[in-house]
Design a protein around this ligand. Structure first.
Ligand code: AHG
Ligand code: MN
Ligand code: MN
Ligand code: MN
Length: 341
């Protein structure tokens, strides 16, 4: 007997966004075209990462970025690809990046007609690049407040995360997956290398209300607050009573840790400490996009005191404590964080 295995017919990212347009008759198509642009940049970044060991693209440039971090060659490559593709497209009036001090306002006739601005972390998990560990790109898309027809302004970028109209990430791993969220849901697309297209592989992602992993940099345990330490201790004690109830997992690439947490449930914590009360992660480039994605997938994200998406930013590069994941696990964590208030 011959078994015929039919290949699934998966929608491409373009087909999917165009079908979404039909559901919203007033949509102009700018968001669809923006997602196509980001998908193109992701494919180019992916192609470069795949060849990293063959080209002279490992290592640092010798510069430090606004956050005092060594800039890697791939940070620069990814930053340029995202910037150029959005500048050449028709939907983006300007961009802001973890790697820059300020923003880049495109200010040309085409871009001034665009409704959106985009903030991104072009390459997340830079310190893992040279070791061939998963890395990613993260983006948040905001509707500009300044009038269409004129250049966008810096104020268009400094908006609370709740004003995002979409957000997403790309994970460059064993396969390359682009996940993006709107208020209508979260969908994941795997890059099919045979046709060079992102194809809908993870429709309607929901973050399970409970999970069995917690993700934190354990080496900083003694610098964490009383509440966070109590929480971690209790997770470990739980395992004493119910063997294997929880596993600790920490890749050190936020995108990889969040991708696992989104699909399987769990909790991710990046607390502050005495030296860095707000922790390390950047509100505008890292926390807000993931908070938006997780809420759209029925998960939660908080800085311990308030919803991440409610934080009114003071500046582009501010940091925030970040606790994100399964709704029941975040709610339980909040009880512990009361120790710190
Ligand atoms: P980036 O590479 O964009 O600067 O981000 C690195 C971040 C994030 O990906 C990860 O979760 C975190 O750094 C890990 O930090 P620690 O090494 O302090 O745990
Ligand atoms: Mn960095
Ligand atoms: Mn990052
Ligand atoms: Mn980065």
């Amino acid at each position: 007997m011959t078994t015929v295995i039919e290949r699934k017919k998966l929608l491409t990212l373009d087909e999917f966004t165009i079908q979404q347009l039909r559901l919203f008759p007033n949509a102009t198509g700018q968001l669809s075209s923006l997602m196509r642009d980001i998908g193109l940049a992701a494919k180019r970044i992916n192609a470069e990462i795949n060849k990293a060991g063959l080209l002279d693209i490992f290592g640092v440039t010798g510069d430090l970025n606004k956050h005092g971090e060594e800039v890697k060659k791939l940070d620069v490559f990814a930053n340029n690809e995202l910037t150029n593709v959005l500048k050449n497209g028709v939907s983006c009036a300007g961009v802001g990046s973890e790697e820059w001090e300020g923003t880049l306002i495109f200010d040309d006739a085409k871009s001034n007609q665009s409704k959106y601005v985009v903030l991104f972390d072009p390459l997340d998990g830079s310190s893992n690049i040279d070791n061939n560990i998963c890395i990613g790109s993260i983006f948040g898309i905001y509707r500009r407040n300044s009038p269409v027809g004129s250049p966008c302004t810096t104020a268009d970028f400094v908006q609370p995360g709740d004003r995002q109209i979409a957000a997403g990430y790309v994970i460059y791993g064993p396969s390359t997956v682009l996940v993006y969220a709107t208020r209508h849901g979260v969908n994941g697309f795997t890059l099919d290398p045979a046709i060079g297209e992102f194809c809908l592989s993870h429709p309607d992602i929901i973050c399970p209300a409970n999970g069995s992993t917690y993700s934190i940099n354990h080496s900083n345990f003694f610098q964490y607050s009383v509440g966070v330490r109590k929480y971690i201790n209790d997770m470990q004690r739980w395992n004493e009573q119910v063997p294997d109830a929880f596993s600790q997992r920490y890749v050190g690439s936020m995108v990889a840790d969040m991708h696992r947490t989104l699909l399987q449930g769990g909790i991710f914590l990046y607390p502050g400490n005495a030296d860095k009360p707000q922790g390390k992660l950047r509100l505008m480039y890292e926390c807000n996009p993931f908070a938006f994605i997780f809420e759209a997938a029925k998960g939660e994200a908080t800085n311990g005191k308030q919803r991440i998406l409610d934080i009114v930013p003071k500046e582009l590069h501010q940091r925030s404590q970040f606790y994100c994941g399964s709704s029941n696990m975040i709610n339980r964590l909040k009880q512990y964080l009361k120790w710190d208030i």
